[in-house]
Design a protein around this ligand. Structure first.
Ligand SMILES: Cc1ncc(COP(=O)(O)O)c(C=O)c1O
Length: 397
């Protein structure tokens, strides 16, 4: 199987939030029909052909009544976890729901009380903060350390935060969006050790796990130390891997049965049933397979090529703009802090002159100020055009 990731897919004029000007205006102060969207984590590639065919077959059945995930659905998840992550999970541990962020919200409600502290590591995916806030818990920020090149975990500070009895939970972004780290096994071992020591429930958001690039090995938190299984929730999804966020499906792995029941009770309070929507189920069954793995490996090569192109372009054309080393995800993290303009002015020029829509680093917490996140999961020509526009907008940087 060979997928042509270089096929041009016209997304303008579709209902894509990424490509729709109104969608872009949800993030940017300015956007128009010429704007290149490099913001929300959504790729411009089509899903695998075999998935489109399965969707068509299902559509042709013509009856879309309530459905139930098949045995193949669960087999697919078990296969994927075993084959990709070397994690032997049990079918009973899986709770299907509509999204990773909703699973995080249910976990917060199921395993903490109002007023409890929940640890996150800024700069991080903004809904972590929001999920804590809207559920009246307290945000506890173990901010990542940055030495100008690489982000690492401040373990001393983490221990201080986890040892405080008011703090009950940690939400880990594994791999980390937006800084692009694929946490090493040794780093995860230390986190697990601390969570065990201080009885902290840990939620590991592994939505980007399949997108570890450049031979960086992804380690699922479920494989680090068996003892953590009794206080662990792992969030998985096909939405980033196979570009199908609109299918609204996620699988949450909860090894401890008492925790699983509490989680299910939280879902039930919202009359949210642990079942897959029809197309989501088709997608899980057909992508969590050998064919899915082949497609994914080809995708990763395309992403790696784009990232290298971007990194080299920035190194060759800019003195004051830096592209941070990336280990995984298709979200680059650019450091603008040495540029000779105020961050607000840079952002304004990016939107209005270069006409590119990217995520301002400040949305990931104040630690993200002076940075921007750029989604490079697009056709190589789109990436080249965007980089050329950046260069013409900031010729002296
Ligand atoms: C780390 C992380 N978690 C969760 C999500 C969203 O997941 P969902 O749409 O399933 O809620 C994203 C999307 O970009 C993400 O980057």
């Amino acid at each position: 199987m060979k997928t042509n990731f270089n096929e041009k897919v016209e997304r303008r004029g579709t209902d894509s939030i990424k490509w729709n000007v109104n969608g872009m205006l949800g993030m940017a102060e300015y956007a128009d029909e010429e704007s290149i969207p490099m913001w929300v984590a959504d790729m411009d590639f089509k899903v695998p052909n075999f998935l489109i065919e399965k969707m068509e077959e299902r559509t042709k059945e013509g009856v879309y009544g309530y459905n139930i995930p098949s045995e193949n659905y669960y087999k697919g998840i078990l296969y994927w976890q075993k084959n990709r992550n070397n994690w032997d999970i049990k079918k009973d541990w899986i709770v299907t729901n509509t999204g990773v962020v909703s699973a995080i919200c249910y976990s917060i409600k199921a395993f903490t009380e109002e007023g409890d502290g929940v640890v996150i590591q800024n700069p991080v995916y903004p809904p972590f903060k929001r999920a804590i806030e809207v559920n009246n818990r307290k945000i506890v920020n173990n901010k990542l350390k940055f030495d100008g090149k690489k982000y690492t975990i401040d373990f001393k500070d983490l221990e201080e935060k986890l040892k405080d009895p008011k703090n009950k939970m940690m939400i880990l972004c594994n791999p980390h969006n937006p800084v692009g780290r694929v946490w090493k096994k040794e780093e995860l071992e230390k986190i697990v050790e601390l969570c065990l020591k201080y009885s902290i429930t840990i939620i590991s958001d592994e939505i980007h796990s399949d997108l570890a690039l450049f031979n960086n090995a992804f380690t699922s938190l479920g494989t680090v130390n068996e003892k953590i299984l009794d206080q662990l929730v792992v969030c998985t999804s096909i939405s980033k891997t196979f570009n199908c966020a609109a299918l609204k499906i996620a699988n949450t792995i909860i090894p401890n049965n008492v925790m699983k029941i509490k989680f299910l009770n939280e879902m039930e309070r919202n009359w949210d049933k642990p079942t897959a929507n029809m197309y989501g189920a088709v997608a899980i069954e057909s992508t969590y397979t050998k064919d899915g793995e082949i497609w994914l490996e080809e995708l990763k090569k395309y992403l790696e090529k784009n990232y290298i192109y971007m990194k080299n372009f920035i190194e060759e054309n800019f003195k004051n703009l830096k592209c941070i080393e990336l280990e995984g995800t298709y979200l680059g993290w650019l450091d603008l802090r040495e540029m000779n303009l105020e961050y607000k002015e840079i952002k304004r020029k990016i939107e209005r002159e270069a006409k590119i829509v990217i995520d301002g680093g400040e949305i990931f917490g104040e630690e993200g100020e002076g940075f921007v996140r750029i989604n490079f999961a697009c056709h190589e020509d789109v990436l080249k055009e965007a980089l050329n526009r950046l260069k013409s907008t900031f010729p002296n940087e």
